[in-house]
Design a protein around this ligand. Structure first.
Ligand SMILES: C[S@@+](CC[C@H](N)C(=O)[O-])C[C@H]1O[C@@H](n2cnc3c(N)ncnc32)[C@H](O)[C@@H]1O
Length: 186
């Protein structure tokens, strides 16, 4: 299906379904995508925001050129202390939307993978709090497990509006769910 539509990942359809439900890509111009490789979400965002928009993708892995003028990428670790500096070198204003579809390397030990993923999500939220404009949106993939409710509470402490959403394109048996949040509490 992803191949048929020219997307690099099946994840592209999940973002499209999140957008259909919440309209996160309407009226946004500047987007940061954390854990962006191989680039399916970048493709969806680049199509929606138009040529005057800008989307910056960050990943540990190199993202092969997508052929859009409004996309830039950096190779980087979102847990490293200098990541915000690296992001600002590419875009010094505030973003309208921060996306995070981060997954750790899956060990197969469920509780370990869950905790590692929550650590990445915690870091994504810290980055979002720093680089988002106060009216902005954040979308985070989270693996459900023992730390999930505590983490959702943490998101609620930082954002005025918080929703949980499982797109149809996400396998029913998968524990992933997306947190959609809007407007920083300041
Ligand atoms: C499920 S994939 C993202 C798929 C992407 N949304 C798409 O549509 O193509 C998760 C990504 O998170 C990245 N990742 C995991 N840990 C990371 C970290 N600490 N810093 C940056 N990227 C990381 C992985 O390299 C992987 O490419």
């Amino acid at each position: 299906m992803a191949k048929k539509f020219g997307y690099r990942s099946r994840a592209a359809f999940k973002l499209k379904q999140i957008d259909e439900r919440f309209g996160i890509l309407k009226n946004v111009k500047n987007v940061l995508d954390l854990g962006a490789a191989p680039g399916g979400w970048l493709q969806v965002v680049a199509e929606e925001i138009g040529e005057d928009g800008f989307v910056l993708g960050v990943d540990l892995k190199q993202i092969e050129t997508l052929g859009f003028k409004n996309v830039e990428t950096i190779i980087g670790d979102i847990t490293s202390p200098d990541i915000i500096e690296k992001i600002r070198e590419k875009f010094s204003r505030k973003f309208d939307l921060v996306l995070s579809d981060l997954s750790p390397n899956i060990s197969g030990i469920w509780e370990l993978d869950h905790v590692r993923q929550i650590d990445l999500s915690t870091r994504s939220m810290a980055i979002a709090s720093d680089v988002l404009n106060p009216e902005g949106w954040m979308v985070l993939k989270v693996f459900q497990g023992s730390e999930f409710n505590r983490f959702v509470e943490e998101v609620r402490e930082n954002f005025k509006y918080v929703w949980l959403f499982k797109p149809k394109a996400s396998r029913r048996e998968s524990a992933e769910i997306y947190i959609v949040a809007n407007k920083l509490k300041r």
